[in-house]
Design a protein around this ligand. Sequence first.
Ligand SMILES: [Zn+2]
Ligand SMILES: [Zn+2]
Length: 349
Amino acid sequence: MLAAVTRSPGVMVVGEVPEPEPPGPRDVIVRPEAVGICGSDLHFYTGDTGALSGARSSFPRVQGHEFSAIIEQLGRDCPGGMRAGDRVAVWPLRGCGRCYPCHSGRANACVSLELVGIHRDGGLQQLLSIPASHVFGVGDLGPEPAAFAEPMSIAAHALARAGLPDGQQIVILGAGPIGLATALAATAAGARVMATDPLPARRDLALKVGAEKVAWGGDGELLDAVQAWTHGPGAPTVIDTTGDPGALAQATRLVCSAGRVVVVGMSAAAAPLRSGVFPEKEIDVLGSSCATAADFRSAVALVQAHRETIAALFTHRFPLTHAREAIACVANPAAGAVKVLVTVGGPEL
Ligand SMILES: [Zn+2]
Ligand SMILES: [Zn+2]
C-alpha cells in the first residue's frame, strides 16, 4: 500500500510500505479517505516541534491527524454497532492513563500525550490500525466534512474551557480553520462572536460561519472595535487561536475585568507581557489542549448539523501522491488556503 512518509524534517516521500498486521482484539483497521492538513502538520514537517503538543518527534513518521476513514476490519472484541464499511472520524489522542491529568479525566493534557499523525503514524496512508474506542461513526456525513471533526473538536474543547454562558460576547483572535470552527461552535452555542484576522477572505468566512462582527487593525483600533461592540471596557471572553506569540498580551488588553482568556494557539516564541494586568483585571487565563472524547463526540454532531457551511472552508485538495504539495500549500500565504485536504483513496491509487 501507499504511504506519505516524512523521513526527516522537510523530506516527505510517497511510496510502498507494508500493510498493517490483522487488528488487535479491540482495534480496527481503517482506510483513510480525506486528511486535513494544518499548521501543526507544517510545524512537524519543518521540525519546529516547540510549537506542538508534547515537544517530541520521531522520524520517519506518517503524518495526518485530521481524518475520515472507512472501517475495513474489526478486532474480535470491538463493541457491537460497529461494522465494516462504516465511515468514521478518528479521535487522534492517546493518554498514558497513569499521570495526574489522565487520572483527572483530562487525558488531552497528558504529560506523555501521543497524537496519531505526530507521535504515531497517521492518516496519510491507505490503511492503519486504530483502537476502536478512538473511532466515531459519522452517519451519512461525506468524507470531507467528516475529516473536519478533529479541528472542530479543538473548538469544542476551547469552548468547554471557556464555559460560555448563553448570549455572551466573545472575541476570537484568528480566523483560520480553528478560529472559524470556534466561531461556528460558539454561535451554535448561543454566543455572539467578533472575529479578528488580517486577511479579508478569512474575515468574510468568519461572517459566513456566524460571527456577528469582524475587525482588524492595530492594537488601538481593535480595542476601539471591541469596546464599541461590547458597549464597555472589553469582551468577557477572548479566545486566541492564532499561535502568534503576541496574542496573549493582546487578549489581556481586549478582555474586560473579571473576564476570561482561553489560549488555543501554540507558539514556541516568547513575547513580552505585563503581569500586573492579571491581578488588576482579575483575569482567568486558561490553556486548551486538543480535545477529550466528549468534545470529539459533540464535534461530530456540530459538523453533521453545519456540513454545508463547513464545506466553504475546504479550499485545496491534493491526492496522496502529492501530499508534499498539500504541506507546501499550507506553508504558502499567497495560496490563500483555509483548509487543505489530501484525498487518500483506495487500492486503485
Ligand atoms: Zn490539526
Ligand atoms: Zn497521562
